[in-house]
Design a protein around this ligand. Structure first.
Ligand SMILES: [Fe+2]
Length: 297
């Protein structure tokens, strides 16, 4: 048996037991090394408890997953690379180049969808890894494959001709306006979303950031709990969002301010016929409501 098999087995058991959680039930902090060890040792009990726990809505903060200096350097490389890119929105067919896209999209203006204001860089494995994301996040991609029930080396050469591809996403949420509205992502290739903060709540920004919903409009902020070098993991269907970064300040899209983070994701390509979509969660404020709330006071 491989670790991937144990994870699949635990996932199927959790699915039989209940539907995947739509809201967070709490937060667990765990050294990243404990997760890696459990996987390497094929610790079936750990794997089973862990899968049932995140399937039920527990959000995980894995500490000491990275050297904070390596993340800082990575952020600098992202900024330099991003400066040379025009914003684009290509369809992911064929081996597209890496690209940057800026979004300032509000469902109040455009109809159904989830609002988001950010600048995102997309890196694909078939390109030449210009800022070293695949190198830096190699261990986390391995973990991502295993937790989602895939064999480790099964998808490294995938292209949009396959159903699932890797995408390293580096996002900048600008001060004063950056955020992503409360939403629930479909559970497709990725059963456990992995994200990495590249800068710090309380240091680089004072208000807002990644948070999860616990139901009835209630919110559990995650960013204030994250130490430098941590990895965050959660079930994609759990209500989550990025609350507006420093909504009391005026909009500033410059790279040096705001919130920076990475998503280590495997995505379903346009090729897939049954592609599901992200949906907004009712009962939570829109991005504009979040800003207006603060500026009114
Ligand atoms: Fe999401």
């Amino acid at each position: 048996m491989t670790a991937s098999r144990f994870f699949s087995e635990a996932w199927e058991s959790a699915q039989r037991h209940s539907d995947p959680a739509l809201f967070a039930s709490g937060v667990q902090k765990l050294p990243y090394a404990d997760l890696v060890n459990a996987i390497d040792k094929l610790d079936r009990n750990f794997i089973s408890e862990f899968v049932h726990s995140f399937h039920g809505g527990e959000v995980y903060i894995f500490t000491n997953a990275f050297n904070p200096k390596a993340l800082k350097d990575f952020k600098s490389r992202a900024i330099e690379w991003g400066k040379k890119q025009q914003s684009r929105e290509p369809r992911i067919v064929g081996k597209v180049e890496d690209y940057r896209s800026r979004r300032d999209w509000h469902s109040e203006d455009h109809g159904p969808g989830y609002s988001s204001t950010y600048d995102m860089m997309h890196f694909f494995r078939w390109n030449d890894d210009p800022i070293g994301g695949y190198e830096l996040f190699d261990s986390q991609y391995r973990i991502q494959r295993i937790i989602s029930g895939y064999e480790v080396d099964s998808m490294d050469s995938n292209t949009p001709d396959n159903d699932v591809i890797d995408r390293v996403e580096v996002s900048h949420y600008p001060t004063g306006v950056g955020g992503i509205a409360w939403h629930s992502d479909p559970i497709e290739a990725t059963r456990f979303a992995l994200t990495v903060n590249l800068n710090r709540f309380g240091l680089d920004y004072e208000v807002g950031g990644f948070a999860v919903g616990t139901g009835d409009g209630n919110v559990l902020p995650i960013d204030p709990m994250i130490e430098a070098g941590s990895l965050v993991g959660f079930l994609p269907s759990v209500c989550h969002g990025v609350e507006i970064i420093d909504p009391h300040l005026s909009a500033d899209w410059s790279d040096q301010s705001g919130r920076w983070y990475v998503a280590i994701s495997m995505i379903t390509t346009h090729r897939s016929n049954d592609r599901k979509f992200t949906r907004p969660v009712e009962g939570y404020p829109t991005l504009r409501q979040q800003i207006n709330q603060v500026r009114k006071n």
